[in-house]
Design a protein around this ligand. Structure first.
Ligand code: C5P
Length: 235
């Protein structure tokens, strides 16, 4: 059973360049948090930054949300594995063959990262889903796509904290649930619509909390991280 171990907080390094990302990373302790590198930072700073973070002892979630034909996604996942990432992701909407090819490509690598799928982007509304021809409510679509990801042998999904409780009922406990949209008690939601506090997300059954601006934009990021750690220490 692959239950989550180690730090449950993943700090989203949403910075425009490597200098700013490394400046914060140098102040963070890899024993206390993991880090996430997304599309903007990776497009600007590239594999060299990921390698610097892994060399610094960080578990890196490379959040590039691959979505393409199976062969292309499988090759991209293999390349991400070779960077030494801890976790990578694809879009569940790419379908079963794509997710299966991604998983199989990792089985042949010397270092196998965790592979999770994005179900429905938290920015999409019910009207958006209807417009792109996706059946059902966002919650139904999340359940359907998470089940496909599970059947394809992925390790888990990225979902909003609102969907965690339903997915915990529907899928085995070892299936990892990674939740962004986390706001500490009294925190500013900014552009996130479907937010939860760290305690709410973990109580519902989340394994990992992705936290960006509440830490990266805090006057004192280390203090902000410590405050979240205190909030969740008994859960
Ligand atoms: O700053 P904030 O805590 O809102 O950052 C959340 C992070 O999680 C961002 O890097 C964002 O891209 C990512 N994310 C998200 N919603 C998803 C998937 C990823 O907010 N569905």
């Amino acid at each position: 059973m692959m239950l989550s171990q180690g730090p449950r907080i993943i700090v989203a390094l949403d910075f425009a360049d490597a200098t700013q990302a490394l400046k914060l990373a140098q102040r963070l302790d890899p024993e206390r948090c993991r880090v996430k590198v997304g599309k903007e930072l990776f497009t600007r700073a590239g594999p060299a930054l990921v390698e610097k973070l892994t060399a610094g002892g960080f578990a890196v979630f490379l959040d590039l949300k691959f979505h393409d034909i199976p062969n292309t996604v499988a090759a991209a996942c293999a390349a991400a594995a070779d960077l030494g990432c801890w976790m990578i992701n694809v879009h569940a909407g790419g379908g079963t063959a794509m997710m299966t090819a991604a998983r199989e490509s990792l089985e042949r690598r010397p270092r196998r990262p965790l592979l999770v799928a994005v179900t429905v982007l938290t920015s999409l509304t019910a009207a958006d889903l209807a417009a792109i021809g996706m059946a059902g409510t966002p919650a139904e679509a999340v359940s359907r796509l998470a089940a496909l990801a599970f059947q394809a042998g992925l390790d888990g999904v990225v979902c909003s904290a609102q969907e965690v409780a339903a997915l915990r009922r529907e899928l085995p406990r070892e299936f990892l649930l990674v939740t962004p949209g986390i706001r500490p008690v009294g925190g500013d939601a900014a552009d996130q619509a479907r937010v939860a506090t760290p305690v709410q997300a973990l109580r519902a059954g989340a394994d990992y909390l992705v936290v960006g601006r509440p830490i990266t934009r805090a006057a004192d990021p280390l203090q902000a991280l410590a405050a979240i750690e205190r909030e969740i220490e008994d859960i």
